[in-house]
Write a protein that binds this ligand. Structure first.
Ligand SMILES: Nc1ncnc2c1ncn2[C@@H]1O[C@H](COP(=O)(O)OP(=O)(O)OP(=O)(O)O)[C@@H](O)[C@H]1O
Length: 281
């Protein structure tokens, strides 16, 4: 059963529009949701939980419509937002005891495991937690009610490199345990390390939905002196940007043989910066 399927989601704001957003998640996989600032990542994620009311579209968790199955879906899905505000002055112990009452399958042993694994002190208040600890606490709650699907809106932003690395390792462990993870980020190097799939949103439209490998292997990176390129080669450049010596640009992998100088493999960040340049022109 597909953990999440989004079909034809539309939402218009005065100066922005989500247009026909469709994608599906694969069970047990980590899917990265990428796009530049304001591309529509948070609007899409909030629409999943009716925190933003879409104008149209279908959203199904585990084959169930959100409307009519909200309670069941909330038991099976954990939503963690980097900007989540808890009762700042209450101790974690008190927040947990309120939260657990909402979940029929709350597992105290799993919760204790998470506290231990994340080195969380229940006597602290959210105000006393660092950004990374807040994300870990939110994850601890999600994992303690047996969430099968974790939807995380920028969980690694604001974390130091070591905490980010810890979290990515945790995601890989969760994935091995059969959980499905969907997380938005613009720290694309995090996804190079752990994602199986990439969903890429540009100006409110999904422009790629592929395996990480398939997405990355579709492009190559070239460096060239534009004066030495033929018209045909110039036309093959995607989002050329000035570099110290000439330009760097993406090309489609199948065009690599048209260039004399060997092209390199591009990473997600390089692909994104050139595709965004191309889109802006
Ligand atoms: N409540 C709202 N009313 C009007 N416009 C909104 C509202 N919420 C978001 N927007 C606009 O929708 C666009 C997409 O915003 P969104 O927060 O979804 O982007 P994002 O991809 O998550 O960006 P970031 O990476 O910066 O968090 C932006 O132009 C934003 O200004």
């Amino acid at each position: 059963m597909t953990p999440l399927e989004v079909v034809g989601l539309n939402k218009a704001y005065p100066a922005f529009r989500l247009t026909d957003v469709s994608f599906a998640l694969e069970k047990g996989k980590i899917t990265g949701f990428i796009g530049r600032n304001g591309a529509g990542k948070s609007t899409t994620i909030k629409s999943l939980f009716n925190l933003v009311h879409p104008d149209s579209g279908e959203i199904r968790f585990f084959g169930l419509d959100y409307e009519g199955h909200e309670r069941e879906i909330k038991q099976r899905v954990g939503y963690v937002s980097g900007a989540f505000a808890y009762y700042g002055k209450k101790k974690l112990r008190a927040i947990t005891s309120v939260t657990k009452a909402f979940y029929s399958n709350w597992d105290d042993a799993a919760y204790k495991d998470c506290l231990h694994r994340f080195a969380l002190d229940e006597n602290k208040t959210p105000e006393q937690l660092s950004a990374g600890m807040k994300v870990k606490y939110a994850l601890a709650l999600a994992l303690s009610h047996g969430a099968e699907l974790l939807i995380l809106d920028e969980p690694t932003s604001g974390l130091d490199p070591v905490s980010r690395e810890d979290l990515l390792e945790l995601f890989l462990d969760l994935c091995d345990a059969g959980k499905t993870i969907f997380f938005s980020t613009h720290i694309t190097s995090d996804l190079d390390k752990c994602a199986d799939r990439i969903v890429y949103i540009q100006n409110g439209r999904i422009v790629a939905d592929d395996t990480l490998e398939g997405f990355v292997d579709a492009y190559r990176l070239v460096q060239a002196d534009p004066k030495k390129l033929t018209q045909e080669q110039t036309e093959k450049l995607i989002g050329p940007r000035r570099a110290k010596h000439g330009v760097t640009a993406l090309i489609r992998a199948q065009d690599a043989d048209s260039f004399a100088r060997p092209s390199e493999k591009a990473d997600l960040e390089q692909i994104m910066v050139h595709l965004e340049k191309e889109e802006a022109e």
